[in-house]
Design a protein around this ligand. Structure first.
Ligand SMILES: Nc1nc2c(ncn2[C@@H]2O[C@H](COP(=O)(O)OP(=O)(O)OP(=O)(O)O)[C@@H](O)[C@H]2O)c(=O)[nH]1
Length: 565
C-alpha cells in the first residue's frame, strides 16, 4: 500500500474560521489539534500548530504515479498577529496553502502576511471564503461573486494568480473541545471545497534519498513507552532501529517505534507526518526543533543567504540592522549585512550561485557590501550574525521580519526571505580558517590631510585615523594624494593617529613648495617672530588642502580587524 501524505497549511487572519474548517474536514486529530491546549481554550484562539487528517480518493495522476491512498494532513496555523513565528514554522512544511478569508471582512492584515508566507514557502494556494452563512441568502451569491472578483485582482500581482476561490461555511457549532464525531452539520458547500482541493493536488517531491531530517513540532512522554516526537519529515527516510540525533542536545537515540496518525508503521519518507518514539529522552528538553541522521544538522552562529526583499514591506532593508530571523522552528535576532555579487559571469546565469570564498584576481571583483535594498532585486546576498545560534540544514528557508512593529499598524512585518547557502558552525567563527572561508568585504575610503613634509620622500599625514585606531593593520596600504603622488603607509607617528607616509617617487616640486619641512633642532631655535610667520604660512599652505586618500576593503564581519587593499 503506497500512501501519499499531502500537507495542506490552513492560514488566515485571526478568527477567520481556520480551526473550524480543519475540524469540519478532518477525521483524525493528532495530539494538539483543534485548540485542545488549555491556554487556547481559555483565550479562544489557536496558539500552536494543530495537525489533523482525512483520506481522499487519490486523483488519476496519483494512481498513475503508483499511489493507492491519499492522506491530507491539515496544518492549522494560529492567526493571531503575535504568533507569526509559529505560522512561519508551520508554513515551511506544507505542500499547499488554504488561505481562509472571512467573507464579511475580506482581506485583513494577517491575510496579507499569510499570503506573503505562502508565496515564499509553497507553490499552490486555494482560497476559502468562509462564513457565507452570515450573509443573507438573497444577497449571498452576489456577495460571493463580488468578493471573488476583488480577490482575483489582488492575487493577479502574486504568484498565485488564477488560484481557485471557493466559498463555504465551516462552522461546526459548539465549543472548541468538541470531538469531530459530534460535529453538527450546519456546514455549507464543503463538498465543493473538497472537490476543488482534490483538483489542486499534485505529486510533490517525495524522495527517500538524502539525509533524514525531521521537523519536530511536539514532544511528550507516553507512560511505559518512551518519548514521542511528532513532526514532518523534511528529507530522507527513517526506519525502526535507525539511530537519529536530537540535534540541539546532540543526543543520539534509536527509533523504537513509529506511528502515522495512530497506525504503527515501519518506515516513513519525506513529507510524511509521523510520531517517532525513542527511550530515555527527557521530553522537557525539546519543544520544537530538528532531529536527523547523526551529523547532518549543524548549529550556525552566522548564516549566508541568497535573499530578496518582500515586495509589500514598506521600508528599505538596511545593512547593519537587526531583524527577527526565522529558520526551521526557531526565531532569533540577527544583524544583517547585505552584499552584492560583482562577478558578472554569475549575474548572467541566474541559477549559478557564486563562490564567495574564491580568490579573485583583482580586489574590485570581490563581493562588496551594500547599505540598503529598497526594491526586490536579484543577486543579493546577506550575511546574518545571529544573537542566538540556530540549528538547521543548508538550503533551509529563512524569513526576516520586524515583529516588533505595532501589530495594529496594519503593515506587513515580513521584510525579506532567502535560503541558507552556508554558515559558520563554530562559536569561534572568527578563526583564520573561517575568515578564509568567506571573502566578503566592504569598500571603505578614508581621507586625511598632509600635515607636513619630512623630506621629499616622506610626509606626515593626519585626520585619517582616530587616536584609538590600530594603525598597524594599515601599514603597507597604498594611498594617493589629491596632487597625484602615490605612496604607502610606513608607520604610525606619535600617539594621536598620525601616520608617516613614504612617497617612493618623491613629491612634485609644486607640492614641496606647499609644505614646510620638519624643522631641525637648529631651526627650532629661531626667534618667536620667525615662528609666528612659520605658523601663519603653515596654516595658509594647509588651506591648499592636499588630501590623502586611502582606499581599502574591510572584512565583512563586524568583530574582525581584517583588511585588504
Ligand atoms: N457563522 C460562522 N461562524 C464561523 C464559521 N467558521 C468559524 N466560525 C466561528 O468563528 C469563530 C472563530 O473560529 P475559529 O475556527 O476558531 O477561527 P480561527 O481562524 O481558527 O481562529 P484563530 O486560530 O484563533 O485565528 C468561532 O466562534 C467559530 O465558531 C462560519 O463558517 N460561520
Amino acid at each position: 500500500m503506497t500512501i501519499l501524505n499531502f500537507n495542506v497549511g490552513i492560514l488566515g487572519h485571526v478568527d477567520s474560521g481556520k480551526t473550524s474548517l480543519a475540524k469540519a474536514l478532518s477525521t483524525v486529530a493528532s495530539t494538539n489539534a483543534f485548540d485542545k491546549n488549555p491556554q487556547s481554550q481559555e483565550r479562544g484562539i489557536t496558539l500552536d500548530l494543530g495537525f489533523s487528517s482525512f483520506p481522499l480518493d487519490p486523483p488519476e495522476q496519483l494512481v498513475t504515479a503508483g499511489y493507492d491512498q491519499l492522506q491530507i494532513t491539515l496544518v492549522d496555523c494560529p492567526g493571531h498577529a503575535s504568533l507569526i513565528r509559529t505560522i512561519i514554522g508551520g508554513a515551511q512544511i506544507i505542500d499547499m496553502m488554504l488561505l481562509v478569508i472571512d467573507i464579511v471582512k475580506g482581506i485583513q492584515t494577517q491575510t496579507a502576511e499569510c499570503l506573503v508566507i505562502g508565496e515564499i514557502t509553497c507553490d499552490k494556494m486555494l482560497v476559502v471564503l468562509n462564513k457565507i452563512d452570515l450573509i443573507d441568502e438573497k444577497q449571498r451569491q452576489e456577495t460571493i461573486v463580488k468578493m471573488t472578483k476583488r480577490l482575483q485582482k489582488t492575487f493577479e500581482k502574486t504568484k498565485f494568480a488564477n488560484s481557485p476561490i471557493v466559498s463555504c461555511s465551516a462552522s461546526v457549532g459548539g465549543s472548541g473541545d468538541e470531538q469531530i464525531s459530534q460535529k453538527t452539520c450546519n456546514t455549507l458547500h464543503l463538498d465543493d471545497l473538497i472537490s476543488t482541493l482534490k483538483s489542486c493536488i499534485y505529486i510533490p517531491n517525495r524522495s527517500a534519498d538524502g539525509p533524514f531530517v525531521f521537523a519536530v513540532d511536539h514532544c511528550f512522554a507516553i507512560k511505559g513507552q518512551g518519548t514521542v516526537m511528532t513532526g514532518t519529515i523534511l528529507s530522507g527516510c527513517v526506519r525502526i532501529n535507525d539511530t537519529i540525533e536530537i540535534t540541539e542536545q546532540k543526543e543520539a537515540r534509536k527509533v523504537k517505534s513509529m506511528q502515522m496518525f495512530r497506525k504503527p508503521i515501519e518506515r516513513a519518507i519525506q513529507g510524511d507526518r509521523v510520531g517517532i518514539c525513542v527511550t530515555q529522552f527527557d521530553p522537557d528538553k525539546l519543544e520544537r526543533g530538528l532531529i536527523a541522521s547523526v551529523g547532518v544538522i549543524k548549529t550556525f552562529y552566522a548564516l549566508i543567504l541568497r535573499m530578496n526583499k518582500v515586495h509589500y514591506f514598506k521600508h528599505e532593508i538596511e545593512s547593519r540592522t537587526k531583524y527577527h530571523i526565522t529558520v526551521a522552528h526557531s526565531t532569533v535576532m540577527g544583524k544583517i549585512i547585505l552584499f552584492n555579487n560583482s562577478d558578472n559571469s554569475v549575474n548572467e546565469d541566474k541559477d549559478k550561485i557564486f563562490d564567495y570564498s574564491r580568490e579573485y584576481e583583482a580586489l574590485d571583483q570581490y563581493p562588496t557590501t551594500t547599505d540598503s535594498l529598497s526594491t526586490p532585486t536579484p543577486n543579493v546576498y546577506a550575511l546574518i550574525e545571529l544573537e542566538t545560534s540556530v540549528t538547521c540544514q543548508l538550503n533551509s528557508i529563512v524569513i526576516g521580519s520586524r515583529l516588533d512593529t505595532n501589530i495594529n499598524a496594519n503593515v506587513c512585518r515580513l521584510a525579506f526571505y532567502g535560503h541558507v547557502l552556508d554558515g559558520f558552525t563554530d562559536i569561534d567563527y572568527m578563526t583564520k580558517n573561517e575568515i578564509e572561508k568567506i571573502r566578503i568585504y566592504k569598500n571603505k575610503e578614508k581621507t586625511g590631510v598632509v600635515e607636513r613634509m619630512v623630506d621629499i620622500y616622506t610626509i606626515i599625514g593626519k585626520d585619517l585615523f582616530k587616536k584609538e585606531t590600530n594603525i598597524n593593520l594599515f601599514i603597507g596600504c597604498k594611498v594617493i594624494l589629491t596632487s597625484g603622488e602615490q605612496g604607502y603607509i610606513e608607520s604610525s607617528f606619535g600617539q594621536s593617529g598620525k601616520i608617516k607616509i613614504r612617497i617612493p617617487n618623491g613629491l612634485s616640486a609644486e607640492v614641496q613648495q606647499m609644505f614646510p619641512t620638519t624643522k631641525t633642532k637648529k631651526q627650532k631655535q629661531t626667534t618667536a617672530k620667525d615662528d609666528d610667520i612659520d605658523h601663519e604660512e603653515k596654516t595658509d599652505r594647509r588651506a591648499n588642502n592636499v588630501k590623502i586618500i586611502l582606499k581599502f576593503k574591510k572584512y565583512l564581519f563586524s568583530h574582525t580587524n581584517s583588511i585588504v587593499q
